[in-house]
Design a protein around this ligand. Structure first.
Ligand SMILES: [Zn+2]
Length: 272
């Protein structure tokens, strides 16, 4: 009820007030959305362009079966550009997610980033947090991407059991502990699944197994989040997904906070 009232209030205010740029506050012209043209052109992009060995993919080398990774823009918390993310998360602005998703897709369409990806998985929120927010911001970004790239969005196969403390309030070295074991698969995954025996096999009772029939087995999934800081949440979720036979994982975020200079220098230096 509280979420519904907040949305109605937001819609009511939106009718009364002129649409303004979320970064500079100037009125938007009808063809602009969320950001004015000037602020969109000046956006602090990472310009990684999904290049091999970029600082984001290095975070995951040797830890999960990572294929490629990218972050779209620098998250600079003390600039007006931070409002793009903070309003998306805390000011009931799911439309910003759609806007960001479209920008990200436009940026990557010139690369082979989306090549072979079977499904987009927005990083799940805990039920309580999604209920209080009214939406999952990563899912909004996924919907924006989907408007330009025809890849299905999957939200049912992995869940988050509890909301972690805000990462910004957690000491860097405790962040990995903070998100440990908070994700789980909704469909159990076993490497081998026993199947019913045929009459012929019943006469010769040797164990019969078949490869896992998990819906995500052998798929290339794109794990999507709003911001990457240390990568602890994405890594925790990626490790759970890694239990699925044959799965390959790519990672995409709207923003990156801080510097990412750690991680092995070459993929071969890590182990899956
Ligand atoms: Zn502006």
């Amino acid at each position: 009820m509280r979420t519904l009232l907040r949305k109605l209030w937001h819609d009511f205010i939106g009718v009364l007030l002129p649409r303004t740029c979320i970064v500079c506050g100037r009125p938007l012209v009808p063809t602009e959305n969320v950001c004015c043209t000037h602020c969109t052109l000046e956006m602090p992009l990472t310009r990684y362009k999904a290049c091999e060995g970029n600082p984001i993919v290095r975070i995951f080398w040797g830890k999960i079966p990572i294929v490629r990774a990218n972050a779209f823009m620098e998250y600079q918390p003390h600039t007006n550009y931070a409002r793009i993310i903070t309003h998306l998360k805390y000011k009931n602005r799911p439309d910003i997610g759609i806007y960001l998703g479209r920008l990200i897709a436009e940026d990557l369409l010139r690369t082979d980033f989306f090549k072979d990806i079977d499904v987009i998985i927005p990083l799940p929120l805990a039920k309580s947090r999604q209920f209080s927010r009214g939406y999952n911001q990563s899912e909004c970004i996924a919907k924006g991407i989907q408007q330009l790239v025809n890849i299905p969005i999957e939200t049912t196969h992995i869940r988050r059991s509890r909301a972690n403390k805000k990462q910004t309030q957690t000491h860097k070295h405790l962040r990995h502990e903070n998100v440990k074991d908070i994700f789980s698969l909704t469909v159990p995954c076993e490497a081998d699944t026993k199947v019913s025996l045929t009459p012929l096999e019943m006469m010769n009772p040797s164990p019969v197994t078949t490869p896992s029939h998990h819906p995500l087995a052998n798929k290339h999934v794109l794990l999507l989040d709003d911001i990457i800081t240390t990568g602890a949440s994405l890594l925790s979720c990626g490790k759970v997904l890694s239990q699925i036979p044959g799965i390959r994982i790519s990672i995409l975020t709207a923003g990156v906070a801080g510097h990412h200079r750690w991680g092995p220098r070459l993929p071969e230096e890590g182990r899956y």
